[in-house]
Design a protein around this ligand. Structure first.
Ligand code: ZN
Length: 349
């Protein structure tokens, strides 16, 4: 296959609100990296932050960067001797966190907690482009029985799997706050992992309805319409939830969760909060709660678990609601910002 010198890429051309489709050079993989022809990509909430140019994006993203990190594509070039079993023509996705491999955490099998982590599409050039590069170590081979577009949402699915499987779930009553695509998938994983009741809260019905399509056994609650106390009573949940999974980044949701946990319960937190949100720490202390922050996916345990969950029937594809050609990217970004969607896929072929 001949590789062109120029390609289309979605970049942060100017340091203000917006995102631009431009012609840029096709990247050359450094030693240990592969060049991938992109087939499917998916828009993440963090891409919307980069689009809107919030404080986090301003701190992390450099001018001219290609953004995006959720993808599936085909290897067209590998620049290393030990290719770890990968070859040109393989369909792959990749872990988007590039770790140093040398620090204390990396050396004790905790690569996902490497303090030197660089994010593809955030600190490094991303994959909203016709071609992109990734370290061979980060690649994940696509199983032909799983559609490529589903692999393009493995990155956020991995956040869901990592969060949900942080604590034992069998027989537990689980509360998931926030029904964005990751919250929906987290609830579905919790149910599949043997939770007794899984209650998913949100303040919009569109995404609660979508959650029902992904996993009909989830109990959905619009907290603007019904109280959690009422729902717990109806389900016969005694004393509170045993496991809480906070996916919304809303202080109101976290406090609602803390208030409704059983004494000694476990909470995993993935949603990122604005600075200075009030938290009732005494409820956490006197409730003997355990809190765990979640960052990324476990390498590569979460990836193995994702493959297994999809192959054993988790309906990952149901979370995908829109498919657009990449030249319609602005429509995709607007859709994601409106929250009237699940995952939005951009197609590159
Ligand atoms: Zn490291």
């Amino acid at each position: 296959m001949t590789i062109p010198s120029k390609m289309d890429a979605i970049i942060k051309k100017e340091l203000k609100k917006g995102i631009w489709l431009e012609k840029v050079d096709v990247p050359k993989p450094p030693y240990g990296w592969a060049l991938i022809k992109i087939k499917r990509t998916s828009i993440c909430g963090s891409d919307i932050h980069i689009f809107e140019w919030n404080e986090w994006a301003q701190r992390n993203v450099k001018q001219g960067m290609t953004i995006g990190h959720e993808f599936a594509g085909e290897i067209v070039q590998i620049n290393c001797d030990d290719t770890m079993g990968f070859k040109v023509g393989d369909f792959v996705t990749a872990e988007g966190h590039v770790v140093c491999g040398k620090c204390k955490n990396c050396r004790i099998e905790r690569q996902h907690l490497c303090p030197q982590t660089k994010g593809i599409g955030v600190n490094l050039n991303g994959i909203f482009a016709q071609y992109a590069i990734a370290p061979v170590y980060n690649l994940w081979k696509c199983d032909p029985s799983i559609p490529l577009e589903e692999y393009s949402v493995f990155d956020p699915f991995g956040n869901a799997v990592h969060s949900a499987l942080s604590f034992p779930l069998a027989g537990e009553d689980v509360l998931v706050t926030g029904a964005g695509p990751i919250g929906i998938l987290t609830a579905a994983v919790a149910k599949k992992a043997g939770a007794a009741n899984v209650v998913l809260t949100n303040r919009s019905n569109y995404r609660l309805d979508l959650a029902k399509k992904v996993c009909p056994e989830i109990v959905t609650v619009n907290t603007k319409e019904k109280s959690l106390e009422e729902v717990m009573k109806g389900l016969g949940i005694e004393g509170g939830f045993g496991v809480g999974l906070e996916m919304s980044g809303s202080g109101e949701s976290l406090n609602l969760m803390v208030k409704n946990m059983i004494m000694g319960g476990n909470i995993a937190l993935l949603g990122v909060f604005d600075h200075g949100i009030p938290v009732d720490w005494n409820k956490i202390i006197m409730g003997a709660l355990t809190l765990k922050g979640i960052y990324g996916r476990e390498m590569f345990k979460s990836w193995q678990q994702m493959n297994a969950l999809v192959k054993s029937g988790l309906k990952l594809g149901q979370v995908i609601t829109h498919r657009l050609h990449y030249t319609d990217y602005l429509k995709g970004f607007e859709l994601m910002a409106s929250k009237q969607c699940g995952k939005v896929i951009l197609e590159w072929d």
